[in-house]
Write a protein that binds this ligand. Structure first.
Ligand SMILES: C[S@@+](CC[C@H](N)C(=O)[O-])C[C@H]1O[C@@H](n2cnc3c(N)ncnc32)[C@H](O)[C@@H]1O
Length: 366
């Protein structure tokens, strides 16, 4: 997956890599580099090798396919299994609970998801729990019949063993039955066409321009998407969210604020990337899955400037000792400790209506 506007202008595309464009050679080089990464614990920090592998992959044609290949064969994070399904259903349940808490009366709500990704679990979860329509948008088309089939199978399996009800207690039996009916076609039918039969519209487009009418959406969600989007693009997307949202709409995002190389390399902390200036980070940032390094207060500022009130913040905090061990780059010295410590969060926002004016929002880190 290569994200828009997130490449590194100075180094983004290299002309001298024609030889690497041959898939077999490229695959061999990436495999060897990845193996080296696992074998040489002390030679070079793992995360730097991963960063370098991502840069090479970004120079190849169709970098999103190489990213998929790396995630399938090297990091093995692509496979969907019952545990991963449960983790996504938990996030979906948090989206739905936060929404229902604010809009208990709404039936057949219209939902918009940013960042469909590889497995359309959120659109299906929202559908099962009563959404009248779901619009899911991603700048890259990552859905495949096999992956959709796998997700449907796992959902039906969770329904059969009773776990679906633990996560999505309000799922509707008629909708589950409809999903079961469609399973045989999932293997062959294009995912977008199959999901359309459930009222889920899959759109492949940049969310800076959303093809939806003004004030048509009740719930906006995204999961681990916004941290990958450069700030200027993010502000335009928030503007689009505000335009398509009804006055009573709720917006909920899960944002991972940690250095994601730290999930791969236990030698660095969740805060490692805060040691680099913006200029240095351009060299280390993954061009395939870049991080904008925005902090909680930056998102709050942008949501508020875009016409939302932040009404609930559910942060996960990192270890203060880990943060203390990182010499902060100038860019991060002005943030409060409370702000910098947040490594993950669910943030719930409500659209400011015409009469709300500058209504006070939640106390949040500055
Ligand atoms: C890390 S993935 C998350 C996928 C999914 N939400 C999940 O939880 O697995 C982020 C997704 O956001 C998409 N994305 C990034 N920028 C976008 C943009 N400007 N418009 C639409 N989609 C975008 C990427 O293509 C990618 O599929």
């Amino acid at each position: 997956m290569r994200l828009p506007g997130a490449g590194v202008p100075a180094m983004g595309r290299c002309r001298g890599v024609g030889a690497l464009a041959r898939p077999r050679e490229a695959q061999a080089i990436l495999s060897a580099a990845a193996a080296r990464c696992r074998e040489l614990p002390d030679a070079m920090p793992h995360w730097l090798l991963k960063s370098a592998i991502h840069r090479v992959a970004s120079w190849l044609p169709r970098p999103e396919q190489w990213n998929e290949w790396l995630q399938t064969h090297v990091t093995r994070t692509m496979e969907m299994n019952p545990a991963r399904l449960r983790s996504k259903l938990t996030e979906c349940a948090i989206f739905l609970d936060s929404y229902r808490h604010r809009q208990p009366q709404t039936e057949d709500f219209a939902a918009l998801e940013l960042g469909t990704g590889w497995h359309p679990i959120f659109p299906l979860g929202l559908y099962l729990c009563g959404a009248g329509s779901v619009h899911t948008i991603d700048i890259v088309d990552l859905l495949t019949p096999a992956r959709l089939q796998r997700v449907i199978e796992l959902i039906l399996q969770a329904a059969a063993d009773g776990t679906l009800a633990d996560f999505l207690p309000r799922h509707r039996a008629d909708r589950l039955a409809r999903l079961a009916e469609l399973l045989p076609q999932a293997r062959t039918e294009p995912p977008g066409a199959l999901l359309a039969r459930l009222g889920i519209t899959v759109v492949v487009a940049d969310a800076q321009r959303i093809e939806l009418p003004d004030a048509s959406i009740d719930l906006v969600v995204s999961c681990v998407v916004l941290e990958h989007i450069p700030r200027g693009v993010l502000r335009r997307i928030v503007g689009e969210f505000a335009r398509v949202s009804r006055p009573s709409a709720v917006m909920i995002h899960r944002i991972d604020l940690a250095d994601q190389f730290s999930f791969f390399d236990s030698g660095i902390t969740r805060f490692n990337f805060l040691r680099f200036t913006d200029r240095q980070w351009r060299w280390f940032n993954s061009p395939l899955i870049p991080l904008n390094r925005l902090r909680c207060s930056d998102y709050c500022d942008d949501f508020e400037a875009g016409g939302y009130r932040v009404s609930l913040l559910h942060p996960t905090l990192g270890d203060p000792a880990d943060l203390g061990s990182v010499p902060l780059a100038t860019e991060f010295k002005g943030y409060s400790l409370a702000d910098l410590l947040i490594t993950d969060m669910f943030i719930v926002c409500e659209r400011l209506g015409a009469t709300d004016g500058a209504a006070a929002g939640l106390q949040r880190p500055r």
